[in-house]
Design a protein. Structure first.
Length: 94
């Protein structure tokens, strides 16, 4: 039951972000793991960037994506390789 409740909460979380996002449409997901949640946003944002310190997880995320407006990068939250004004929405879904 715990996993079902977690998925429901994540689904509500995603819906809320999509409904109330600011203009500009660039989302960054810090700690994206395999990019499953990250890819839920590709239809609602111009570009989605997933950041993950685990190189293996980034490789899997890049190999499973099927869209061009999503990028996965190996990076930590402490050293994000983006300029300070490059994202409109930043999430950390843990």
């Amino acid at each position: 039951m715990k996993n079902k409740n977690q998925r429901l909460r994540k689904g509500i979380f995603i819906q809320n972000i999509i409904a109330y996002r600011p203009k500009g449409d660039i989302l960054v997901d810090v700690g994206c793991s395999y990019g499953y949640i990250t890819q839920c946003f590709v239809g609602s944002f111009q570009h989605v960037i997933g950041l993950e310190p685990d190189k293996h997880a980034v490789a899997i995320a890049n190999s499973t994506k099927t869209v061009t407006n999503c990028t996965f990068i190996t990076a930590t939250a402490e050293h994000i390789p983006l300029s300070g004004d490059s994202a409109d929405v930043v999430i950390a879904n843990h």
